[in-house]
Design a protein. Structure first.
Length: 106
């Protein structure tokens, strides 16, 4: 079973396709890049697959994002100094912790 959900234009040669499909006998949500060029037309390796069993967790994570979280703020001259809240440079994060930060476990 394949059911295309939608697409988002990435650039003049590529779209991001969201679809429900079966791969290796397992249903899931696939989000992949689809390119159209003279040399190749089709899906690339770039993308992600969410198994149907993990989809409720994925949906909960996506639904936790508020519209205001996605609003772009005006850029200033020094983007390195104006990082989004909770984002750090690699140098800062290495100083604070050797491992990754704790993320919510959905």
């Amino acid at each position: 079973m394949e059911k295309d959900i939608g697409k988002i234009n990435k650039n003049d040669r590529a779209d991001i396709i969201v679809r429900i499909d079966d791969f290796a006998g397992r249903r899931g949500l696939t989000i992949r890049e689809f390119v159209t060029s003279e040399r190749y037309t089709g899906f690339t390796k770039a993308g992600v697959r969410i198994l149907a069993t993990d989809f409720p967790k994925f949906k909960e994570m996506i639904n936790s994002i508020r519209d205001k979280d996605m609003k772009e703020e005006p850029q200033e001259d020094s983007p390195k100094e104006q990082l989004p809240q909770g984002q750090e440079t690699l140098d800062n994060s290495e100083e604070k912790s050797e491992g990754k930060k704790d993320l919510p476990d959905y």
